[in-house]
Design a protein around this ligand. Structure first.
Ligand code: UD1
Ligand code: CA
Length: 469
């Protein structure tokens, strides 16, 4: 088998993005563009992959880690010069080399595989992957002779009017005979409109050497989209989102309004789950089967079991086990864990806390830095007071406990199993199992005091006016 190498070009700044973030690191559906490219290349069982880095080199390395080798291009003198930086890693090897840009996030592994196959079938030294564009502006154009054979590639800025009218474009993906690629790269010049060493000029060099230069036209222009600015970034996002959403629907997930459902590329969803409009599922989120994710929920880097209902709520870095529910309008913050059968109602915030099996936290409650056992009822408006202004403190509540509404549980404090907290209590000390804690002042009624307050006079006037009507 012929060895397969790849070079990914990712050294450019991406001026047209007008961004602090380097172009190839801009995410599309939750993953940096260059990561998309690498992920699809990896699926082709490559022998070696080299990524060319320059601008933002450290950040690109942090993103792609050990999945690729790196070659540094310290000055961005063009795509041809960029590939040449991989010479010390690849130059003397037999095999074929795929080249792709870090700013074309939509290519699929299947297209790369087709290109490898076509390249070999043609016995070519170089094969460029082309596509037909309705609007070819900005792309390199494929110039063929009268017999339809590829002669060269002309960049937008160097194209004559006639050449610019050609709609067959260079997708920026190529397959080369590895040795011939590096030999030819030494022969290109920067004698062009941009003063750059163009990789595309390698085609003409090989052609002049009498080598076979081929072109493989892919059916789908959309897939070859290059992202140079924010407009293209949004378009690429749309295309990718459509692809992701179709895959989930094909796998048995109901998307009520797929055009308004935003799911990152690595998200997993089980069958018979229903996703309502405006939902955002981000990062490494995993959703089980038979769930209902209600309108406008946002779930990031979280794990949701089977048969869970999330109603208009926000989850980040949280876990909801099977048969739980939350919302509307609640918030699970990092390290919130909701165990089987538990219920989180409306306007509840949970942070770094475990809510045990079948425990209910129904309304207007803050649970922070706490471990709640099973079968507990947390009354409305309970606050787990965890912060003294400097440190966070921990609360533990035992199984089968009952916390009355409007209680403040001031940490650090431990409530044993079967503890009962009277409503409106401020709990500052541990409560032993089966005890009732009441922490509030006794009620005092003062007869006739109402009439001393200004409110009494206003009420009297209102009452009289009502009588006279
Ligand atoms: C390039 C092609 C063009 C093709 C288009 C497809 C050339 C000369 N032009 O144009 O024919 O239609 O892609 O999308 O190849 N890069 C480096 N080092 C450099 C210059 C660029 O690593 O010195 C990287 C960039 O980070 C980017 C990629 O190469 O990921 C492409 O560069 P870009 O400037 O976007 O080229 P285009 O003008 O889009
Ligand atoms: Ca580009």
């Amino acid at each position: 088998m012929t060895a397969k190498y790849a070079v990914i070009l990712a050294a450019g700044q991406g001026t047209r993005m007008k961004s602090k973030l380097y172009k190839v690191l801009h995410p599309v559906c939750g993953k940096p563009m260059v990561d998309h490219v690498l992920t699809q290349i990896e699926k082709n069982q490559m022998d070696q992959i080299v990524t060319i880095i320059g601008h933002g080199a450290e950040m690109v390395k942090e993103t792609l880690k050990e999945r690729t080798e790196y070659a540094v291009q310290s000055k961005q003198l063009g795509t041809g010069h960029a590939v040449l930086q991989a010479e010390s890693l690849l130059g003397d090897k037999d095999g074929m080399t795929l080249i792709a840009c870090g700013d074309t996030p939509l290519f699929t592994a299947a297209t790369f595989a087709e290109l490898f196959e076509y390249h070999q079938s043609q016995g070519a030294a170089a094969t460029v992957l082309t596509a037909n564009a309705d609007d070819p502006f900005g792309y390199g154009r494929i110039i063929r002779n009268d017999l339809g054979i590829v002669e060269r590639i002309v960049e937008q800025k160097d194209a004559t009017k006639e050449e610019a009218a050609v709609t067959e474009i260079n997708t920026g993906v190529y397959c080369f005979n590895n040795r011939e690629l590096f030999q030819a790269l030494h022969q290109i010049t920067n004698d062009n409109a941009q003063g750059e060493y163009y990789l595309t000029d390698v085609m003409e060099v090989l052609k002049k050497d009498g080598k076979v230069v081929a072109a493989y036209q892919m059916g789908n222009f959309e897939e070859s989209m290059g992202v140079n600015d924010r407009i293209a970034l949004s378009q690429a996002g749309k295309v990718m989102q459509k692809r992701i959403n179709r895959t989930h629907m094909a796998n048995g997930v109901t998307l009520v309004d797929p055009e308004n459902t935003y799911i990152d590329v690595d998200v997993e969803i089980g069958a018979d789950t229903v996703i309502e409009p405006g939902v955002q599922l981000k990062g490494s989120t995993k959703i089980g089967a038979d769930c209902l994710i209600g309108a406008h929920s946002e779930i990031k880097d979280s794990v949701v079991g089977d048969n869970v209902t999330v109603t208009s709520s926000v989850l980040e870095n949280a876990v909801m086990h099977s048969n739980t529910d939350i919302g509307p309008y609640s918030h699970l913050r990092p390290q919130a864990e909701i165990c089987q059968g538990a219920h989180i109602g409306n306007f509840v915030e949970v942070k770094k806390a475990i809510v045990g099996q079948n425990t209910k936290v129904g309304h207007l409650t803050y649970v922070g830095d706490a471990t709640l056992g099973k079968e507990i009822n947390v009354g409305c408006g309970t606050v787990f007071v965890n912060y003294d202004g400097i440190n966070k403190h921990q609360t533990t509540v035992g199984d089968y406990s009952f916390i009355g509404s409007g209680s403040n549980v001031i940490a650090p404090v431990v409530l044993g199993d079967h503890a009962y907290v009277a409503a409106g209590s401020t709990i500052t000390a541990d409560v032993e199992p089966h005890a009732m804690a009441i922490g509030r002042g006794r009620q005092v009624n003062k007869a006739g005091y109402y009439d001393k307050y200004p409110v009494a006079k206003a009420a009297q006037q209102t009452e009289e006016a009502a009588k006279n009507n």
